[in-house]
Design a protein around this ligand. Structure first.
Ligand code: NAI
Ligand code: ISE
Length: 334
């Protein structure tokens, strides 16, 4: 079966997913594309033999669209996802599921009313081979009960439009989801420490930040977010258990020895770092749509991540430890 996909938002990652659906993933075809930049939608649609439509309503309502991929700006996600759920169409939504926890809950409620899972959220770390191996080791009990997780999320630079709250909402949201998934545990509180700020930042930004989380099971998690580290895109994660540790491998890169030095390149860009994860993520989404059984991170994970990032931003603002206040998970999402 070929899954016919309609795409909402053809910017950087939307266009990349369209390319992926067309040339990498099997069993899918992009039928329709929309973007508030109509010229962009037309150009991207044209490049893959799809048609450009005026808006998300037309894409979701199109008779030849079986499933929807949302890659517009975060603030536009909720309405498109709600419309897809109302139409009973499976929907893959890039992170964040919505920019407020209230909107995430509206999606959770709508999906439960529909009666089966339709929504997958773009937390692609769960599809990265290194993270998957970490999860296998932890679930097998090879390091005993996990006690601590140390993470770092470093970008070379960010534009002036990036502000301090984005360190949680845009950047650490990936670690937040990855840690909940790795530990099969929920994050119950957040605290933020603010080291001396790097000189290589725009004036308004608190960079770096150290986020401290506690889980319901009592594990402690630290996440260093440093988005102007200058040297590259660097993702680190190590879980420490009662009898051992497991560490995320660095992506394989050639070790070059020359002029009296040995060096291994550091990737510069998140797209490059997680290419395989995105490919597997979208392939598994297409397979799940074809099988009629949504899987992967869902709207509950989107809601939990929103609550945790909100608490983290409040912790940064107040200097206090802030409870995440996540509701009890409905059996529907067990
Ligand atoms: P972008 O700005 O390059 O692209 C967004 C596109 O959506 C633009 O072309 C814009 O015109 C269009 N758009 C905005 N509102 C729209 C609406 N209501 N209807 C139709 N089109 C609309 O942004 P980028 O980097 O592609 O990010 C898109 C989303 O993907 C964001 O939510 C971002 O957080 C997420 N993202 C996820 C990543 C991941 O690793 N999973 C990586 C990068 C982005
Ligand atoms: C970006 O928005 C993403 O989602 C990338 O995956 C992330 O690693 C990067 O730091 C963010 O800016």
């Amino acid at each position: 079966m070929t899954v016919n996909v309609g795409v909402i938002g053809a910017g950087m990652i939307g266009a990349d997913h369209i390319r992926r659906l067309t040339t990498v993933v099997s069993g899918a075809r992009v039928r329709a594309v929309t973007d508030i930049d109509a010229a962009r939608a037309a150009a991207v649609a044209d490049s893959v033999g799809a048609r450009a439509l005026p808006g998300d309503t037309e894409v979701i309502g199109a008779g030849d669209v079986d499933a929807v991929l949302v890659a517009s700006w975060g603030a536009a996600h909720a309405e498109s996802v709600l419309a897809a759920v109302a139409a009973g169409k499976p929907v893959f939504c890039e992170k964040p599921l919505a920019t407020t926890a209230e909107d995430c809950l509206r999606i959770v409620d709508a999906e439960q009313r529909h009666g089966r899972r339709l929504v997958q959220v773009g937390f692609m770390r769960r599809y990265d081979p290194g993270y998957r191996e970490m999860k296998r080791v932890i679930d097998a009990g090879d390091i005993g009960t996990p006690l601590m997780v140390h993470c770092a999320h470093r970008n070379a630079t960010v534009p002036e439009s990036y502000h301090s709250a984005m360190a949680a909402h845009d950047t650490a949201i990936h670690e937040i989801d990855a840690v909940r998934w790795l530990l099969s545990d929920e994050i119950v509180s957040a605290q933020v420490l603010t080291p001396r700020r790097t000189a290589h930042r725009f004036e308004h930004l608190q960079d770096p930040q150290i986020m401290l989380f506690e889980t319901a099971g009592g594990a402690r998690v630290d996440v260093e977010v440093f988005v102007n580290c200058q040297y590259g895109y660097d993702i680190q994660c190590e879980a420490v258990g009662e009898t051992g540790t497991v560490r995320l491998p660095d992506p394989a890169q050639p070790a070059v020895r020359t002029a009296g030095r040995s060096a291994t390149p550091v990737l510069q860009d998140w797209k490059e770092r997680f290419t395989v994860a995105y490919d597997v993520e979208i392939q598994e989404w297409v397979d799940s749509v074809a099988a009629g059984a949504a899987g992967g991170p869902g709207s509950w994970d989107g809601y939990a991540a929103a609550m945790i990032s909100d608490a983290t931003v409040e912790a940064l603002r107040s200097g206090r430890i802030v409870g995440t206040g996540i509701k009890a998970r409905p059996d529907f999402y067990a």
